[in-house]
Design a protein around this ligand. Sequence first.
Ligand code: CMC
Length: 444
Amino acid sequence: MARELPELEIVEPVDGEKVTVIFHGTGKQVDLPVLSPTHGPKVIDVQRLYQDTGYFTFDPGYMSTASCDSTVTYIDGGRGVLLHRGYAIEELATNAGFIEVCYLLLYGDLPDAEQLREFEDVITHHTMVHDQLPQFFKGFRRDAHPMAVMVGTVGALSAFYHEDTDVTDPHGRMVATHRIIAKLPTIAAMAYKYSIGQPFIYPRNDLDYAANFLHMCFAVPCEPYVVSPVLARAMNRFLVLHADHEQNASTATVRIAGSSQANPYACMAAGIACLWGPAHGGANEAVLSMLMEIGSRDRIPEFIKRAKDKNDPFRLMGFGHRVYKNYDPRAAILRESCHEVLEELDKKGEPLFELALELERIAREDDYFIERKLFPNVDFYSGITLRAMGFPTAMFPALFALGRSVGWVAQWKEMIEAPGQRIGRPRQRYTGHPVRPYVPLDQR
Ligand code: CMC
């Protein structure tokens, strides 16, 4: 039987260390601790709310819910700020190699020269995959999407490294994180090579992470391949810019998958599957398709009109973000990177880039986008850069996964190592049928 709910009042005392929730109907009163972060909004700790009052909180889409403590990444979406372990993304993208950023995300501080050398050595010596792994590729159609292939083959790593599946073993966890960072580029490059019918190219230990990845994608056995330093720098920057983004959908997926103590390779496969969605990592692919569909400057107003029409499902891909209500700092760096790559490849004036610049200009002058604080996000310029470098659109989310893999493992490690770690298990507001008797088949 439905009971009338007591009216609630939430009182925030002056000391700001707790809020008091008063239930006028029952006279109950409960104090909820207020937790202070290093940066960002304070957090009301509702963990005991259900136990003490019988109420759940309701927040589909996590609009106001912090799901964990984390020291890895901080975003101020209003000001367009992104920090990894306290360092601004602009400084990392300009000065740091991807492996240096991996170390920073995993271990909390920038490495000194010796630590970096050792870490690079460890990662480099894990880049080869088990000789049985290529057999998995043969089971896929040649036209399979690289993300479908990645979900399968990265998940399959747990069958090769069974010793890493015990997540209670710190050494096993460390080796698994190294294997994931090292082997994902090899697997992503294999997915690309398989799709175009070329032989797999082994990693080269004398190249850095980004250059080695370009080599595995674009070299062929019959002639030497020289990696362009400009393209290697652009690849490095792309990876750094995608390395982590606090509790985004795929990272939250990895955390919740890992919270059951599932093995890290299975968690990475779950992250890749989530990232593939067009609202997340699939957006860079969708941006390019959209630009191609728009085709010319004179058609931009038609697409802007469609994006604003509530009866049209079309959205301006590469625009808008759950957290950024300002210019995504990653988009600004990628726009610069796009210039550099096009110049290096003698593709200045590339029509899609010109079209993207014009689309951005028009959208940013439009009241609809201004009022909703919709700015270009990380995906807006990345697709044009990657396409110019020679990657097909289907590889774009796989490249995003490559960069994000370090964020996933860093956050997975932080989650597993957190004191009092417990399984992630959301509750729900049930809106289905009340209890009803079973009706035999002949009476329905
Ligand atoms: N084009 C047109 N309108 C938009 C767009 C867009 N790209 N994005 C948001 N809006 C409107 C939306 O219709 C809503 O309007 P109203 O208030 O009138 O109903 C308002 O802006 C708020 O949007 P929302 O859908 O409530 O915002 P959200 O935080 O749930 O969604 C988003 C964020 C990224 C899914 C969304 O902006 C979007 O679909 N963008 C296009 C896809 C895209 O570029 N995704 C990549 C995200 S960045 C990379 C990553 O993190 O993976």
